[in-house]
Ligand binder design. Structure first.
Ligand SMILES: [Zn+2]
Length: 203
C-alpha cells in the first residue's frame, strides 16, 4: 500500500535575528517549526492572515476550505485566518507576498505520495508568507459527511495544511490533525487537546 503523507517546506531568512533587541534564547517547540535559534516561528503579533484561493481550486471545495479556516479561528478564539477571495497566480506557487492555495495537476514524479505541500517563509520568528499546494494529479478528493472510498477528505487535508500555515510541524500524537499522513476515506476535522495545547503557545 502506498504511504501517504503531506510535506512541509521551510524557508527561513536569518538576517532578522541580527537586529537589535531580538531575543535569541531557545524555546520549547510546542510542535511548532523552529528557526535556527530554536525559537518558534508564527504569525503571533500579526493581524488576520489573508489567504487567497487560486482559480485552480474547484468551486465545490471553497466551503470545505472555509470550514477548515473556521475550525482554527473558533479554537483560537479570534479571526486569525481569513479567506480573501479568488486570485489567479499566473506563475503558480512562489514567493510573491500573497498566501495562496493552489490545486495542481502537475506534480513531481518522485513525490507522488504527497497529498499536499505547504511552504512557509519566515524571517526571525515571524512568518510572512505561506502557500499551500494540493496534489490533484495523484489524489481524488471529496467533501461530505459520508466518506468516499479511495478519496481524501478535502476539509481534513486543508485543516492540516492550515496548521502548517500557522507554523505547526507534524505531531504523531493519536488523532492529531497534524499527524503526517491522512488515510483516504477518513474524516479528521476536529482539533485534539494536544493540537489546542500547541496552538496556545503562540496564539
Ligand atoms: Zn503536513
Amino acid at each position: 500500500m502506498r504511504k501517504l503523507l503531506t510535506a512541509l517546506i521551510l524557508i527561513g531568512v536569518g538576517f532578522a535575528l541580527q537586529g537589535c533587541g531580538v531575543k535569541s534564547s531557545p524555546e520549547e517547540s510546542c510542535n511548532f517549526v523552529q528557526n535556527s535559534e530554536q525559537q518558534r516561528v508564527s504569525w503571533s503579533g500579526s493581524n488576520t492572515v489573508i489567504i487567497y484561493l487560486d482559480t485552480s481550486v474547484p468551486d465545490v471545495y471553497h466551503d470545505a476550505i472555509k470550514a477548515a479556516v473556521a475550525t482554527w479561528n473558533k479554537n483560537i478564539g479570534r479571526e486569525v485566518l481569513k479567506i480573501g477571495g479568488i486570485t489567479e497566480g499566473k506563475n503558480g506557487p512562489q514567493q510573491d507576498g500573497a498566501n495562496v492555495i493552489y490545486f495542481l495537476k502537475t506534480w513531481e514524479d518522485d513525490r507522488s505520495n504527497e497529498q499536499a505541500r505547504t511552504t512557509v517563509y519566515w524571517a526571525g520568528t515571524r512568518i510572512y508568507e505561506a502557500d499551500i499546494r494540493v496534489n490533484e494529479r495523484d489524489f481524488d478528493f471529496f467533501w461530505s459527511d459520508d466518506t468516499v472510498q479511495g478519496r481524501v477528505d478535502i476539509e481534513s487535508l486543508i485543516l492540516h495544511e492550515l496548521g502548517h500555515v500557522l507554523g505547526l510541524g507534524h505531531n504523531s500524537t493519536a488523532k492529531s490533525v497534524m499527524a503526517k499522513s491522512l488515510p483516504s476515506a477518513f474524516l479528521r476535522r476536529d482539533l485534539t487537546s494536544d493540537d489546542l495545547a500547541s496552538i496556545r503557545c503562540e496564539y
